[in-house]
Design a protein around this ligand. Sequence first.
Ligand SMILES: [Zn+2]
Length: 205
Amino acid sequence: MGHGGAYVTEVAPDVEARRRAVKDAQWTWLRQVHGDTVVTVTAPADGAGSKADASVTDRADCVLAVLTADCAPVALVGTGGVVGAVHAGWRGLRAGVIERAVDAARALGATDLRAVLGPCIRPECYEFGAADLDAVAAALGDGVRAVTAAGRPALDVPSAVAAALERAGVTQLEDLGACTACSDDYFSWRARGELARQAMVVWRD
Ligand SMILES: [Zn+2]
């Protein structure tokens, strides 16, 4: 997992070079739309540019990438060399993108899956509207409800990720813990209006 410096608003001329500096291969990057579509990647760069928010593969020569600022980047690692990359914002969480990605990983033969959660916005920084919070809680349970540092209603994205994984039967979750909004180490649209994104890049060694 690292900073790809891969911009979503325009493709900078050096973006391919930046990608290859992270992992020298053809990436499957996605046109992320906060939905629940998952791409199963069967050849290098397969599905690149698809309107989807997750990808899975069992191929060692395929590189999966999602871009995030405050949304959750979730990596899946399973038996049989199956890996996955998920972009999960609140809309995607509500839509079930994590459950769909786990299904797709299992369809490739992964019987035992674990997940890694990268930097995302944390509840202390994520004040959230009551109606939208109710919608996420209806999908994933009241554990997603939290409060901000200022005592306002908040969405707990890491708890929502854990709840979605549990519903899909994945109980092993490693949370890297960083908050994009209050850490200067990461880009945040919500906190600082930054257009750049973190890239989470997943591949088999
Ligand atoms: Zn924070």
